[in-house]
Ligand binder design. Sequence first.
Ligand SMILES: [Zn+2]
Length: 408
Amino acid sequence: MTAKVSRTVAVAEPVSAPSGTRCPCCRAGELEPFLDLGEVPTRIGAQYATREQALGCQFGRIHLAVCPQCRFVSNIGFSSEIIDYKEPYDNDLGFSSVYQEYERELVERLIREHGLRGKRVVEIGCGRGRFLERLCRAGGNRGIGFDPSLAAAECSSSSSPDGSVELVADYYPGVGGPHEADLITCRQVLEHIPDPLVFLLELRATMKDGSTVVFFEVPNFEYVLDRLALWTIVYEHCSYFTRDSLRYVFEQAGFAVSRVYDCFDEQFLAIEARPNDGVAPRVASAEKLAAADRMEAFPAKVRDKLGDWQKEMDTFRAQGKCAVVWGAGARAVCFLNLVPGSADIPVVVDVNPNKAGKFLPGTGHRIVDPASLPAYRPDVVIVMNDIYRDEIRVSVESLGLRSEFLYA
Ligand SMILES: [Zn+2]
């Protein structure tokens, strides 16, 4: 789920990468470190065939720093050298009905609000193209999706039968690009890019038509702060946005932002914008920016939360209780690697059948499908993402289990 705009596209006013601790979004503030989570697995979307491989995975440091000028948050422990997005990954959330419903509503709304019928859609970082296919099918649109992690076979087999969707295993704009588009979508990509301003400047430079709408979706760092959503902080995400910093970086890159809003139970931020030839506005003063107080209080709250979970693990052990984790995604990898005592958890459950039988990076926990769960007779099910709480409760009860639920 990532991509970058090819550096072969000429940028009108080249902006070099920021040096040292200078903020990569506004180029005005000096990044101030505020939370060090230490070493975690670098590829949280990976699952391994054996426990040994999972334990031997690569680790990298999460050390978050904030820009006092624009509130952009960067992992200054991140190194792009050790991430290879051409490796295949399975980050498909489409097995969840809650997520499917979210995507269905998003597709409907984008089509309705932007008159996307018989139009051209480009998706940057399209994964296996499921969202793009939905967007094209529902609106009779033509789409072209880019993702360097696609295998050649997926490019042909995933293209829609009527030829309206083409998938390209490359970074945007690929060979023969850039492509004319009425809508450019890019979901859950920008947080993987250490230098979002350069990415957006290069994208902006490929766009001639001021009528093209861009739609980006990123994780919402304000949700992390407000809900103490510690497990959503992962190594592969080197850039975190608040509403202010997301709007700001788009404006700096030459876009006119029409709206920034939260979605998916506040877990994501969405932004809609068009190319703007006007002068980019200067950064707002720090006092006006939200989230300053919440960021200051965050490290102490993180320590408390980790301490509380360690106590839970100690209690389970003392009482001989079996606790399992539900959801073998990024959150589980983060939780299991950060919470002391999580080695007692025997398995992690996931509804994605492709993950069953594999092992999670760092801790080597085995993934099982829900049907295998009764064999473990879990006293406690730890739910990694409470947006799925009803879905998970129904699944657990349908297996005849009377487990207690805890929400991570
Ligand atoms: Zn900044």
